[in-house]
Design a protein around this ligand. Structure first.
Ligand code: NDP
Length: 336
């Protein structure tokens, strides 16, 4: 059993020393447990938070403990009702070949699910994040303008496509012309702005002639600086993620813009609401799964995935994810 444990807490960007590969015996399941072989490991931005012991909504991974992560796995041996060898499941198997599970939080996908890895993306945690954040906090009404950044990633791409289905004008923000072309041509957004462009604020302003009613916040940083003055009265801002600052070691240089932010919130009577997907919206998973499966099967929601081959590639692929090198949902295939 190969597994990655947290070797040290990174300061700034994770490095090759952050995680350590170990080889151990394959564990045996006890009563009330099952043994899973992880087929796909999801790479997600939240993992950076778990490497840190700064206060958060979830406890950090301990030094020497297996790095956490969502997996699509197959049951090898089971002492649990409802799970039999050969079943595919979505679980939190972590960065390792084999994991023990007591079945809590595990979804059984049956014997032969179509595209099993998609349950780590559009049909799983990132999809639920997009759907619930937009519908529950964004409160969209047809004809409104929605802006979402990290627009080619699993959350952003789904947010924007749901926005189109619901009749919104949708503007994405993404890194580089290739991602922007995909966002418009394949995902069907109305426009996409490259956040690396020097005139980001001006370009965004031109793309939202009626202002912004919903800003689905995935990144923070200079993207948010460009968005803030364009938000309309009674705008809603689901605060989903702030990836631009996950590797930060302190506050940014420059003038204090907090009074500016508070002034906008007051005058425009805006709603900013943070959420943690499973804590706040886990109970909506069945409704989401029904709706999203239908949209995906109808081809109304498109999905792009990057499959990285081999567990040994996972640490580098994760560092790259935080740098914006991924294009679509990044998963690691553990078995050949
Ligand atoms: P993505 O794959 O979209 O995240 C990586 C992308 O973020 C990169 O490809 C890059 O896209 C963008 N990015 C990285 N750094 C910056 C930067 N400095 N400025 C602008 N963009 C940047 O991830 P997900 O779709 O999985 O997640 C999106 C967000 O949602 C994350 O912030 C994540 O933490 C959050 N999240 C929150 C959840 C919750 O419960 N609240 C649950 C799941 C996700 P590009 O090259 O286009 O800039």
């Amino acid at each position: 059993n190969r597994r990655y444990v947290l070797a040290e807490r990174p300061v700034g960007e994770p490095t090759d020393q952050t995680l350590r590969l170990e080889v151990t015996e394959i564990p045996r399941p006890g009563p009330g447990q099952m043994l899973l072989r992880n087929e796909y490991l999801s790479l997600d931005p939240y993992m950076r938070g778990r490497m840190s012991d700064a206060p958060s909504y979830a406890p950090p991974v301990g030094i020497g403990e297996v790095m956490v992560g969502g997996t699509v796995s197959q049951v090898v041996e089971s002492n649990l009702d409802g799970f039999a060898p050969g079943d595919w499941v979505v679980a939190f198997g972590g960065w390792q070949d084999y994991a023990l599970s007591d079945g809590r939080g595990v979804v059984n996908l049956g014997r032969s699910p179509k595209n099993p890895s998609w349950y780590l993306g559009v049909l799983g945690m990132p999809g639920l994040t997009a759907w619930a954040g937009l519908t529950q906090i964004g409160q969209p009404r047809a004809g409104e303008t929605l802006v979402v950044a990290a627009a080619s990633g699993p959350v952003g791409a789904t947010v924007g496509q749901i926005g189109k289905i619901l009749g919104l004008r949708v503007v994405g923000i993404a890194g580089g012309p290739e991602k922007c072309a995909h966002v418009v041509d394949t995902l069907g957004f109305d426009a996409c702005i490259d956040h690396r462009a020097p005139d980001l604020a001006e370009a965004l302003k031109r793309a939202v002639p009626d202002g912004i009613d919903i800003y689905f916040e995935n990144v923070g940083g200079r993207v948010f600086d460009a968005v803030l003055p364009l938000l309309n009265t009674r705008a809603r801002v689901p605060v989903c993620g702030l990836i631009a600052q996950y590797n930060a070691t302190g506050l940014p240089e420059g003038p204090d813009r907090l009074p500016l932010l508070m002034g906008h919130i007051l005058r425009k009577r805006m709603t900013f609401r943070g959420f943690i997907v499973f804590d706040d919206f886990g109970h909506l998973y069945p409704e989401f799964a029904r709706q999203m499966t239908e949209w995906v099967e109808q081809g109304r929601i498109r999905y792009r995935e990057e499959v990285i081959e081999g567990l040994e590639q996972a640490p580098r692929a994760f560092i790259g994810l935080l740098r914006g090198e991924s294009f679509g949902k990044r998963v690691v295939r553990l078995t050949a």
